[in-house]
Ligand binder design. Sequence first.
Ligand code: IMP
Ligand code: MG
Length: 187
Amino acid sequence: MEEKTINTIEKDILKVLISERRLKKRVREIGAQIAADFEEKDPLFVGVLRGSFMFFADLMRVCPIPCGLDFLSASSYNSGTSSSGVVKIDYDIKADIRGRHIVLVEDILDSGNTLYNVSGHLKDRGAKSVKLCVLLDKPARREKPIKPDYVGFTVPDAFVVGYGLDYADRYRNLPYIGVLKPEVYEQ
Ligand code: IMP
Ligand code: MG
């Protein structure tokens, strides 16, 4: 019988930047660090949808302290590869955060527009503190004065996908962080 080959997303990846093994190890380290810093604070973890979903879920599993979680969605990107600068909250958290310590979890800090606006929004809603936890930091293209409190990896100025990060809503389901072949977004 003829074997059918599945058209996978792997063919569009130029190279693996951060392997599954390295992601797992680093997420475990960050989880332990946050657990130590927040064990008595009953923090609320807020995940920025949709890019942070995989990192968020893995982080929660290695941070065994009393805490709550919630999500919001903000958009500054349409489907291209650079920031528009305008950030809109499309879907907001449900929790009352007055007096709460927030750990804001995001996939990548790039221009800084998203986290700058979202953390301001959470402070406006009465949060006692807002700490920023990002899997990836791409400092080369920063436009806002913003410093993350927890960083998984610092990455070069290339468009990366996988482990939650997308290009045109594809590639989020790759289990590692990869660099996309330029011809994928140049065509
Ligand atoms: P910022 O507002 O420019 O900091 O961008 C943050 C958002 O842009 C992230 O939540 C990502 O969704 C997206 N983003 C920035 N760089 C990349 C990338 O290299 N790959 C995928 N998404 C990215
Ligand atoms: Mg995002």
